[in-house]
Ligand binder design. Structure first.
Ligand SMILES: O=P(O)(O)OC[C@H]1O[C@H](OP(=O)(O)OP(=O)(O)O)[C@H](O)[C@@H]1O
Ligand SMILES: O=C(O)c1cc(=O)[nH]c(=O)[nH]1
Length: 213
């Protein structure tokens, strides 16, 4: 099994993947979807956490060994950024989706030096909007984004187009195209939903329009 397959299998084993073709999920981008991947559950499973950390660290060693700061995207990216920062003995920051309305009104918590090489850590890429927004905030504060790293990528054209406009690469540990064949083999519900999933995947915007109230 490849690393991407092992991680897909682990997500299935902990029931992080939910299917609701008849009662679609609403994503943060507003898209409707018959599938939801809840990476937040991974933090409750030490063996899955370790699998992810091993994957993250191998990717960092291979692709961006010179990072100086690890940035978590609020909220689901934060624990993974913390695990990575701890393992590499690096400073960590996290980026809120919007600045606090009270206290110090920070959007970025923690600190880093201008020009620092920053790795963005996110749990999941749907449109890529959340991590790209967070990366822009770090850039505005003087950080140099070296790469973005996430657990799971839907591999949607929207995210491909969004990352094509950025000057940093995205690396992900597993993805929709790896997950679905594994899920379909072990779960008759996924097997039965394959047509819906394919229809959604071909055009999530059109699927959203036809599944909105
Ligand atoms: O690629 P995108 O279209 O931006 O979607 C992915 C984002 O959506 C989810 O966050 P959510 O907004 O649900 O918040 P949370 O992390 O606080 O749970 C997920 O954790 C990613 O951050
Ligand atoms: O786009 C999202 O909001 C989203 C999709 C998904 O599968 N999982 C998740 O946590 N968020």
């Amino acid at each position: 099994m490849s690393q991407a397959e092992k991680i897909a299998q682990a997500l299935l084993d902990i029931h992080a993947i939910s299917l609701r073709p008849n009662q679609p999920f609403t994503w943060t981008s507003g898209l409707k979807s018959p599938i939801y991947c809840d990476n937040r559950l991974t933090i409750s499973h030490p063996e899955v956490r370790q699998l992810l950390i091993d994957g993250f660290l191998a990717t960092i060693k291979d692709k961006c060994p010179d990072i100086e700061v690890v940035a978590g995207t609020a909220t689901a990216g934060i624990p993974h950024a913390a695990f990575i920062a701890q393992a590499l003995d690096l400073p960590m920051i996290y980026v809120r989706d919007k600045a606090k309305g009270h206290g110090k009104q920070n959007a970025i918590e923690g600190e880093f030096e201008k020009g620092a090489k920053v790795l963005m850590v996110e749990d999941l890429i749907s449109t890529g909007g959340s991590v790209i927004h967070a990366a822009h905030q770090v850039q505005e504060a003087g950080g140099e984004i070296v790469a973005a790293l996430a657990i799971f990528n839907y591999l949607l054209p929207a995210s491909r187009e969004a990352f094509a406009k950025e000057d940093f690469p995205l690396y992900t540990l597993s993805d929709f195209k790896t997950l679905i064949p594994i899920a379909a083999k072990e779960d008759p519900e996924v097997e039965a939903a394959q047509d819906v999933l394919e229809q959604w995947y071909q055009d999530p915007q059109a699927w959203t329009a036809s599944h909105s109230d």
